[in-house]
Design a protein around this ligand. Structure first.
Ligand code: ZN
Length: 144
């Protein structure tokens, strides 16, 4: 699933930081995928996770409630995306690289596992971490 997110990241606009996200339903079928498109859309909220969750909700039988769904992302989500996946009732989050500067799923904050929330997704980070980090390194290295 994280490998699919890597493929989504690779499809990002060349101006955008290559982060990819894919949503799968409870049976493991892909519902939607997206790449970060903040530059391409000129939209500060156009992170891969938010775009993928929106698209998934449009094709999912239960509307906006993505119960049983898995969100796979190449990079640890930020506060906005962590909040969005809790609101979407995503069951499980899988991500690749850790993001010590802005990560909100264990690095800087832990938004999704706050005990005060009544919905807390399962989380696994560091999956294909090296490959996910290498994609980002190549992007930032290429810009310098
Ligand atoms: Zn985000």
């Amino acid at each position: 699933m994280v490998r699919a997110a890597l493929a989504a990241a690779a499809s990002a606009d060349p101006r955008d930081v290559p982060v990819g996200a894919v949503v799968f339903d409870a049976d493991g079928r892909e519902l939607a995928r997206a790449a970060n498109a903040r530059e391409a859309f000129g939209d500060p909220t156009a992170h891969a996770e938010v775009l993928a969750l929106r698209r998934a909700a449009q094709v999912h039988g239960d509307g906006w409630r993505l119960e049983g769904a898995t969100l796979a992302v190449t990079l640890e989500p930020c506060t906005m995306c962590a909040g969005a996946l809790v609101l979407a009732r995503v069951e499980r989050l899988l991500f690749g690289a850790w993001e010590p500067k802005t990560g909100a799923v264990g690095s800087l904050w832990d938004v999704v596992r706050d005990r005060r929330l009544n919905h807390r997704p399962q989380v696994r980070g560091g999956i294909l971490e090296d490959e996910c980090a290498a994609l980002l390194d190549a992007f930032f290295h290429g810009r310098r």
